[in-house]
Design a protein around this ligand. Structure first.
Ligand SMILES: Cc1ncc(COP(=O)(O)O)c(C=O)c1O
Length: 420
């Protein structure tokens, strides 16, 4: 540790200069600075702005100093421990992305060609790609219109003798109906893989998202609540899957067992790939995870400011806003409004753009995409997915969005709705 301290001093001046210039290090002490400067009223409001917690470069310098920047060093282990303890997950392994974690879950399902995996069409491509790479057929199911999460009735109706797994996606950090989904899976002998890319630090009936299915996945991409640029994790809640997950993650070798001193050399034991992130990313992530509560609280305030500011338009039926069922604890990942139609949705995005505000729609349904159609999917088959995805607009929501910016957004949305 003495060596680390000496190096930290040597790196200090350069780090301080970079941090102060970027405005996230306190000029006096050279430590992290959590104050924020409100954007000038005229400045463009981005949809997302990655939050820097303050200690990222310091922890990266520590990782460099400790001498293992490859992977599974001090910071990777600390992040995994923190996530396991906080969320009650049997085993967490960091990965380079949520996409990589989903690919690992698909490999762990040991799928055979033409096996079927049930998932929403209203999701990111990685949810489907991970299973398609293993030869499976994605079976897309409609969403509920209140949470935009997969509809358990649709799951039940989609099960066939070839179904192997269900992949609920916790949209916007609000949990799917996990009681019903786990019940369906138990009755039919199916695996449940929670795509909790957006659901880190959110809960369902007091249990963390990612801790309920046999497997789960997190994203730490820069657009998420807690970030490392690119980054992710696989959550393994079935102990029987842990050994194989470690092997798949480390190039098909038993290197994890070797590092724990359980074998005297490591070798190729199964199919695998390279899903271990660098210590540099893990060190960055650790600074973010330490501030999880503070980041969540800031996002909750921002979410509620939008909800309060736009409630009158929801009350008179001009828009609808996110619904968080009583059994769900949200992480306030997204705030969206749903307009009466596609024309109004496009009009609002344009109107906000003209007012210097970046707002964006969300998912082109996978079953209507060129690749989705190659599985025989047809437009018109998932009416709620198709309808809602044409009408949804996400508003700027990030840790440091200022009240002034939010008030500009609320005023601009209001102006548009009044003119409708
Ligand atoms: C639902 C969902 N699944 C998976 C992913 C992929 O995450 P990553 O970018 O970390 O690979 C995303 C990314 O936005 C997502 O929203």
């Amino acid at each position: 540790m003495r060596e680390a301290f000496v190096c930290r001093e040597r790196w200090g001046a350069a780090l301080r200069r970079v941090g102060q210039e970027a405005g996230w290090l306190d000029a006096g002490t050279g430590t992290c600075c959590r104050t924020r400067t409100p954007e000038p009223a005229s400045e463009r409001i981005p949809f997302n702005k990655p939050f820097i917690a303050g200690k990222e470069l310091y922890y990266i310098a520590q990782a460099v100093t400790l001498g293992n920047i490859g992977g599974d060093g001090h910071y990777t282990q600390e992040c995994c421990r923190l996530l396991e303890e906080r969320f009650g997950i049997e085993k967490v392994l960091l990965t380079p992305s949520c996409t990589a974690a989903l690919e690992m879950t698909a490999m762990l399902c040991a799928l055979e060609p033409d096996d079927e995996v049930i998932m929403p069409s209203y999701t990111f491509v990685s949810t489907a790609n991970a299973f398609v790479r293993e030869g499976a057929r994605p079976v897309f199911v409609d969403i509920r219109s209140d949470t935009l999460n997969i509809d358990p009735d649709g799951i039940e109706a989609a099960i066939t003798p070839r179904t192997r797994a269900i992949v609920p996606v916790h949209y916007a950090g609000v949990g799917c109906d996990m009681d019903r989904i786990m019940d369906i899976a138990d009755r039919h002998g199916l695996l449940v893989i929670e795509d909790a890319a957006q659901g880190v630090n959110a809960s369902y009936r007091g249990r963390a998202l990612g801790s309920i299915g046999q497997l789960g996945t997190f994203s730490f991409h820069e657009t998420k609540n807690y970030i490392s640029g690119e980054g992710g994790a696989i959550c393994i809640n079935d102990p029987a899957l842990i050994d194989r997950a470690e092997v798949i993650r480390d190039k098909g070798t038993n290197r994890s067992r070797f590092l724990r001193g359980q074998v005297d050399k490591y070798t190729w034991v199964d199919v695998g790939s390279s899903y271990v992130p660098s210590e540099i990313c893990s060190a960055f992530l650790y600074a973010q995870l330490e501030m999880m509560d503070e980041i969540s609280e800031a996002r909750r305030r921002a979410f509620e400011r939008y909800a309060d500011g736009l409630r009158s338009y929801a009350d008179d039926g001009r828009i609808s806003m996110p619904h968080v069922p009583a059994e769900c604890g949200s992480n306030f990942h997204l705030f969206y409004v749903i307009l009466p139609g596609a024309k109004e949705r496009d009009g609002l995005i344009r109107h906000l753009g003209n007012h210097g505000i970046t707002a964006v729609f969300h998912y082109v349904p996978l079953h209507t995409s060129p690749k989705g159609r190659s599985f025989g999917c047809v437009a018109g088959s998932l009416p709620r997915t198709e309808d809602l995805s044409r009408r949804l607009v996400r508003l700027p929501l990030f840790r440091d969005v200022s009240e002034e910016s939010q008030d500009r957004v609320i005023a601009a949305v209001g102006e548009f709705l009044e003119s409708m």
